[in-house]
Design a protein around this ligand. Structure first.
Ligand code: FMN
Ligand code: EPS
Length: 390
């Protein structure tokens, strides 16, 4: 499976085209809109999220509520576009007009794509970079992820996400019994965190950072249940599922690190405290006594729950701006101040969930016969039975 996205942050619309979904998957716009709404929420977001009410229009690939096997096109409108029609218009304008309306950006923000993107493409107006490097694009990535999630759910694979750290505040009680419970608990939390006490402290940390004109980042965790063992491969670098998942997480704006299971903690432990011992029962087949490696060994799933964490750096746009250099005068200035989130970690958890869902659905579709949902289901059932009998 593959997908592309198009759209600028303040342009008219965002678009994604998804290719390779099996035919016959039930898919409604509301399945997608549920996740789009989740991505908009979270304590710490800026004013833009009050303007947008992200909803997807399905313009191709679905008939009578089911996928056709042809490309699926989804479009999300930017409500904010109406305030930017002149600045973001596609008709040519004179230099003088540009001077008057363009809200030209010449002071790159440290930590954003502004300077590198400007140098690379020769843009003297850094808005030309910002418009596409903005995480507004994650809207349609979540839409694509929601499509992947509907396929996974048909195959008995459930996925959820939560926030485990914001700033210096770490969630202590992260326990849940089922994916349903995880979803209910996180939807009820303004920071998508399972630990109620930590949630309160996280919100305060966000408010304090904002009051100081600053921003904070954090860590999100994605959990997946129901993946059969052996998805992915050990035979070649670009077929290893952990490398694909890592790339997917790191492709999210502001994500700087990824861990599976205990992750970086493995560096401080003995092998006996890291590897997951193997057991077998009539009922479960092979399973592990622990899940410290987060459900991945040798580039393949082990059949245990997948546990993927990503670290998000603090948002780069600061109301107390950092030093920068004006690209026209070369003078030292404070970086441009754009309207901004002060913390988007809760929203980013939903983006990470979508990114993981996409990679897993993609790996399954690539590995098993997938022209139709019916055929894929039958094959997967057979495969699961084979694993049990191995
Ligand atoms: C959901 C989400 C919302 C974001 N909101 C903002 C924002 O309001 N202001 C900002 O400067 N950066 C924001 N970012 C981060 C920037 O998009 C990101 O730092 C920038 O594109 C540079 O890429 P890099 O940090 O991956 O190097 C957000 C990221 C995510 C995932
Ligand atoms: C629009 C979204 O996030 C945006 C991501 C973003 C950035 O620089 O990444 C900057 C801000 O854009 P604006 O200047 O229009 O407020 C965020 O609001 C969104 O998540 O839908």
């Amino acid at each position: 499976m593959r997908y592309l996205t198009a759209g600028e942050s303040h342009g008219p619309k965002l678009t994604t085209i998804i290719e390779g979904m099996p035919a016959g998957v039930p898919l409604l716009a509301e399945d997608i809109n549920k996740d789009l709404a989740r991505r908009q929420k979270g304590h710490g977001r800026g004013r833009r999220m009050q303007i947008e009410t992200d909803t997807a229009e399905i313009t191709s690939g679905i008939r009578h509520g089911k996928t056709l096997g042809s490309p699926i096109a989804l479009v999300v409108e930017n409500n904010d576009w109406k305030h930017w029609t002149k600045i973001m218009g596609i008709e040519p304008i004179t230099d003088e007009e540009a001077e008057n309306i363009a809200r030209t950006i010449t002071r790159p923000r440290p930590g954003h794509a502004d300077l590198n993107g400007g140098m690379k493409y020769g843009h003297r107006d850094l808005r030309n970079v910002l418009e596409r490097s903005s995480a507004r694009e994650t809207t349609v990535r979540v839409a694509a992820g929601a499509v992947a999630k509907t396929l996974l759910s048909q195959l008995g694979i459930e996925i959820g996400s939560h926030v485990v750290k914001i700033g210096g505040v770490e969630a202590k009680d992260c326990s849940y019994e089922s994916m349903k419970q995880l979803q209910e608990k996180t939807e009820a939390s303004p920071v998508r965190c399972l630990d109620e006490q930590a949630s309160i402290e996280m919100m305060k940390a966000i408010d304090d950072a904002k009051a100081n004109g600053d921003s904070i980042g954090g860590i999100v965790e994605v959990v997946v249940e129901g993946m059969p063992a052996g998805v992915g491969s050990y035979v070649h670098y670009d077929r290893k599922l952990d490398s694909k998942l890592a790339a997917a997480i790191l492709s999210i704006n502001a994500f700087k690190g990824v861990e599976f299971g205990i992750g970086f903690e493995a560096a401080d432990r003995f092998g006996s405290e890291v590897h997951d011992e193997i057991a077998w029962s009539e009922e479960r087949g092979y399973y592990r006594l622990t899940n410290r490696l987060g459900g991945l060994e040798g580039g393949m799933t082990t059949g245990m729950p997948l546990v993927v964490r990503g670290v998000m750096k603090p948002i780069p746009t600061l109301y107390k701006p950092l030093k920068s250099v004006d690209i026209n005068t070369k003078e030292e200035f404070n970086a441009s101040i754009e309207r901004s989130d002060s913390c988007a970690v809760p929203a980013a958890a939903v983006v990470a969930e979508s990114a993981v869902a996409w990679e897993l659905a993609s790996a399954i579709v690539d590995q098993f016969p997938s022209d139709t949902l019916k055929g894929l289901k039958e094959y997967l059932e057979l495969y699961r039975q084979q694993l049990k009998e191995f």
